[in-house]
Design a protein around this ligand. Sequence first.
Ligand code: FES
Length: 146
Amino acid sequence: MAYSEKVMDHFANPRNVGEILDADGVGEVGNPQCGDIMKMYLKLDGERISDVKFKTFGCGAAIATSSMATEMVKGKTIEDALGLTNKAVMEALDGLPPVKVHCSVLAEQAIKSALADYYRKQGIDPTPIVGCLEEDCHGCGTGHCN
Ligand code: FES
């Protein structure tokens, strides 16, 4: 399966690349399958995500999904951002080849990780709100994060 035009567009012209120096939440996630890394910066205005930037040291599919994911959460509420799934991002990109599906998980996890950081900075335990992030639980298998 070839990449869709949307994937190619977001790979060639990624939106919201960079960093936010005074970010309210910063998340960093790595993909254990390939070692690629994504960093996500969020600026919040109350419950709303007023700005978002990312840096991805990874494959084209990871860059395209992070670009699309930032477009999908910008200006949205925290609740909307937490509901964003890698599947929704893939659909917005008109699909990804099956071997690249795992790359899209990075974008979803990076946003959640940045929101977890935002809550932690306020002294709030993020787990009940954000859920379990793979990087935190290392697949402990106890199931209490699910
Ligand atoms: Fe590493 Fe795609 S191959 S994120």
